[in-house]
Design a protein around this ligand. Sequence first.
Ligand SMILES: [Zn+2]
Length: 448
Amino acid sequence: MRSDSKQERRRFLQLVGSVPLLGAMPLLKAEVTSIYGIRLWPAPDHTRIVLDLDQRVDYKLTSSSHPAKITLRLNQAQPILTLDAVVRDDPRLKAINTRFIGSGSQFEVELVLLQGVDARSFLLPPNESYGHRLVLDLHNRQSPVVTQKLPQEPQQRPQKRVLTIAIDAGHGGEDPGAVGHNKSREKDIVLRVAKRLEKLIQKERGMQAVLIRKGDYYVSLGGRVRKARKAAADLLISVHADGFKRKSAHGASVFTLSEKRATSEMTRWMVRQENRADRIGGVDEQRESNSFAYALRDMERAANLKVSMELAGVVLSELDKIGDLHGKRVHKGSFAVLKAPDFPSMLVETGFITNPREERKLRTSAYQQKLAEAMMKAVRQFAVRYPLTETVPSSSTEAHSRVLYYRVKKGNTLSSIAKSRGISLSALRRLNPGLGDLLSVGQKLRVQ
Ligand SMILES: [Zn+2]
């Protein structure tokens, strides 16, 4: 198996190249780096191992297949805790062995594996939650069948689609989200609410739920959006329970996307809190890109935003029935997780975990269920108001391929187009906001 050490070395040197931004630090340090913490976060497709360090470290990663293991060799480093105790029931990791080598100048961390993995590592600079971190991700090997492009199927059989709702429980893993005075963590509460909503959706006919994260691990903000599109989501609901610097702040709120700077101090704070998650959760910035190379016309964007606003309004009025609101209207903010342009989305702040009364409430399963039901109301409204009317070829896997267009021909009227596509005239108008009564030949209309 190919050694990754060269690549790692290059990455390290690239990081060193940006040192002036992080504060000057020589490449070869005289002092010894202490490893003072280790955490393990198993996810369905990878296991993340995080080492807490008191300063940057020069390291090298190597791997071997027989026996299956990954080795991290840290220069001038020593642990101040036992690293092996952390391994328990991990699907990829059997054991961690450590030893000093090179007459003590290097510290070696050997990860004995249960299966072949693709290992990636990167260093993270300190932030408000953590000091220096060395992150190692052990990704499942993708089977060649999945990674290869499949030849076009000769016959594209239409496949009945179900309405797909992506539920995004905020934060996770390294990123606990906001923490209450009673030590409740946002990441735990929102996952419970998300799972309750998933259950409600799965009970409905013609609908399915996709949980963006199913356990306690971190998914990058861009990764959340990518997961939703890969699942061909029709709607995304991101669930949060954030905190504010003032204990008195309280009440639930619902947000939709706005590219503009938010006007209220609270919304700006919320946007900042949510969008900094990648820094705390840990993202390899050289691999991660949050930009979407999908040039969707303003028309679709506007249509999705309109639907988002409508559904967010439904959730808000439901939340009003079960608790306090933070403001009586839907807020807008530039949340990274809402930036998919091709399906409607909203972010629900279920309450302030930093408010002791709301923290108590958010912890109860009865209230978590009520929150899930409030969101379910919007899901049901979505299904009724915007039913799926088209079937798509089974080979279409990308979400954006579901956006079907009709090019206006001579003699067409709005009602003849609606009829031929099997949708109502009002549905056609909803899909094409700002549409007048006069059509021009060649004009593109969204028909799904
Ligand atoms: Zn949050």
